[in-house]
Design a protein around this ligand. Structure first.
Ligand code: HMG
Length: 445
């Protein structure tokens, strides 16, 4: 069976940066540690006035195609995953293809283009679509470009405001890929939920506290479903677990839940029993409330054990390094977590070839999906070619006044025209409006 997976990745961060403890916290009258320790975030990426989901997606894809020496003829499919789309008919992938055609020889006239929507999980769903298309033998030897791009902005003063972010991830999916292969096995946890939605509005309506519980419930279901098809997960078999990361504090909760679930009825649970007891089982309690209280106590104990903390530091923490500096990129977020882990391994001089990742994707509304990936031999070249650190360092640091203005610039209900804060160079930019209300783009050398 042909191995299919991710051959290459690229990211493009919004060109601006909001410092959460230094700029955001004082204005909100909050303790900076609420952001750095509680949510686990240092900064958010923001789009400058000439940036949007098209420019960021096209810039990430442009870098990827140039680096891999790809021409439009090599690409048989362009799927864009986003929850920040500005057109209910014409997909963002057509705008991005138009941008790319302006800088490459040839065109994408024989490539299938689309747009995927299911909150943040749409990026992984597009990856699945590409995988299925190739495995079905319909690709004619060509690869698929999957672009996850979002301006994840919340209404001002919404509790989610601290978790904002903007950026794009481009993924190239092929047979015999250089980076990771994907498992055929997948687990799903999916239910009709009303926790985060945008009913024909730009900024989300969010029930933040509930969204956290829904994330955990669906992720747990996906884990059970995954194990039912792929067999039990053993902690030692999985090197990293990249989760969808709306903010690192969310992943702290998801990781704890996954760990508790995986060690139940195993030697690890037995070995920890002397220290923290065995996991409470619902049948041992008269009421659900008593069971939940016992579970909370067990989790509090588990989180303090050396064994759990070592596992977390090795397996989860490295997936969060980039998220801490950029915030939530919605559809791109879980793909940023994968890059973050692989980049960490490269920096540590670790050899990951043949090692396994368990990837936990999530989208509000709500659905979780878990699959596994195997790291391929050429992974170091791929990850070594990224310029993530340079991109993050080069961002312009917003003052509070800048932030208020730039948030208004990206508010579709406001008409704000301001000078950009940075000077674009070697990138696509928003160039104005066309005769039918379409957005126009140009490449700036
Ligand atoms: P909040 O209510 O302002 O924050 O917003 P909080 O009071 O719950 O505090 C957050 C954490 O900081 C807590 O930690 C506090 O204890 C801690 P926890 O108890 O949860 O572990 N804290 C401190 N720690 C140290 N020092 C301090 C301090 N103060 C507090 N001084 C909320 C939190 C998540 C509600 C908000 O950020 C929000 O609404 N976010 C948007 C929704 C969201 O991200 N949900 C996550 C799950 S849903 C999802 O991931 C999907 C999504 O990406 C969308 C999609 O799929 O399209 C959002």
């Amino acid at each position: 069976m042909t191995a299919v997976g991710i051959d290459a990745v690229e990211i493009w961060t919004g060109n601006l940066k909001l410092d959460l403890p230094g700029v955001f916290a004082p204005e909100k009258g909050e303790d900076p540690e609420k952001y750095t320790k509680g949510l686990g975030l240092n900064a958010s990426s923001f789009p400058d006035s000439y940036e949007d989901i098209v420019t960021m997606g096209a810039n990430a894809a442009h870098r990827l195609m140039e680096r891999k020496g790809l021409e439009p003829d090599d690409v048989g499919r362009i799927d864009v995953a986003t929850e920040s789309a500005f057109d209910n008919s014409k997909p963002v992938s057509t705008y991005i293809a138009g941008c790319l055609e302006s800088v490459f020889e040839g065109d994408f006239h024989h490539a299938n283009k689309g747009e995927r929507k299911f909150a943040c999980i749409a990026g992984t769903q597009s990856l699945d679509d590409a995988y299925n298309w190739i495995r079905a033998g319909r690709n004619r030897g060509r690869g698929a470009l999957v672009i996850a791009t979002d301006t994840a902005l919340y209404a001002r003063d919404d509790p989610g405001e601290a978790t904002q972010g903007a950026g794009a991830v481009a993924l190239y999916i092929t047979e015999d890929p250089d980076l990771v292969t994907l498992s055929t096995e997948q687990g799903y946890g999916s239910a009709d939920e009303t926790d985060f939605l945008k009913p024909n509005q730009q900024f989300p309506s969010v029930d933040g506290k509930r969204s956290v519980q829904v994330y955990l419930a669906r992720m747990r279901e996906a884990l059970v479903d995954y194990q039912s098809v792929a067999g039990e997960i053993h902690l030692d078999d999985v090197r990293f677990v990249p989760f969808h990361t709306p903010f690192p504090g969310m992943v702290r909760k998801a990781a704890m839940l996954a760990y508790r679930h995986i060690i139940r009825d195993t030697a690890v649970e037995d070995e920890l029993a002397d220290e923290i007891g065995r996991q409470p089982r619902p049948e041992a309690f008269e009421t659900d409330e008593e069971f939940r209280e016992a579970l909370r106590e067990y989790m509090d104990g588990l989180k303090e054990t050396d064994r759990y903390q070592e596992w977390y530091a090795e397996t989860i923490d490295p997936t969060l390094t980039i998220a801490r500096e950029v915030g939530n990129w919605y559809t791109g977020s879980v793909h940023v977590a994968r890059i973050s882990a692989l980049k960490h391994a490269l920096e540590q001089g670790e050899d990951l070839s043949g090692q396994k990742l368990a990837v936990g994707s999530y989208g509000s509304g709500a659905q979780a999906e878990i699959h596994s990936e195997v790291v391929q031999d050429a992974w170091k070249d791929e990850i070594g070619a990224l310029n993530v650190d340079e991109q993050l360092e080069e961002r312009y640091e917003l003052s509070w006044d800048d932030y208020e203005e730039i948030h208004d610039v990206h508010n579709h209900n406001m008409d704000v025209d301001v000078e950009s804060l940075t000077t674009p160079e070697g990138e696509f930019v928003f160039g104005g409006w066309g005769r039918m209300g379409e957005r126009e783009y140009e490449y700036v050398e």
